[in-house]
Write a protein that binds this ligand. Structure first.
Ligand code: ZN
Length: 117
């Protein structure tokens, strides 16, 4: 049996969770993903925004941003070290040396609204 009060309680919890996510994602130091290939920025966007980035080069990388995590979803480079590096949900970096690609997650300081370069 589901009572009306239970539904309201459930909705309240969901609303609280959403607010918490918004607060964490949009507060100070929003996590930003920067993807570089051979030193050039090929993608830049918030970690909170789902995205799929396909990179050609000597090899083919597919980098995914999903549910606040970024990872190499696919690569045809030898060794597949980049895919094995796993997922990043906070500041750090992943790289595919054979394809000269690097994924950097960093917290953008609040009050800084432009990115050099
Ligand atoms: Zn790789």
């Amino acid at each position: 049996m589901i009572k009306k009060a239970d539904i309201f309680l459930g909705l309240g919890l969901i609303a609280a969770a959403v607010l918490a996510l918004l607060f964490l994602g949009g507060g100070d130091g929003e996590a930003m993903v920067t993807v570089r290939q051979r030193g050039e920025i090929v993608y830049q966007g918030p970690l909170a925004q789902d995205e799929e980035i396909s990179l050609a080069g000597d090899f083919h990388n597919v980098i995914k941003i999903q549910s606040g995590e970024v990872f190499y979803a696919h690569s045809d480079c030898p060794g597949q070290d980049c895919v094995k590096m796993g997922r990043l949900s906070g500041p750090g970096q992943l790289a595919c040396a054979p394809n000269e690609t690097i994924v950097v997650v960093e917290r953008r300081e609040s009050g800084v609204d432009s990115i050099a370069g």
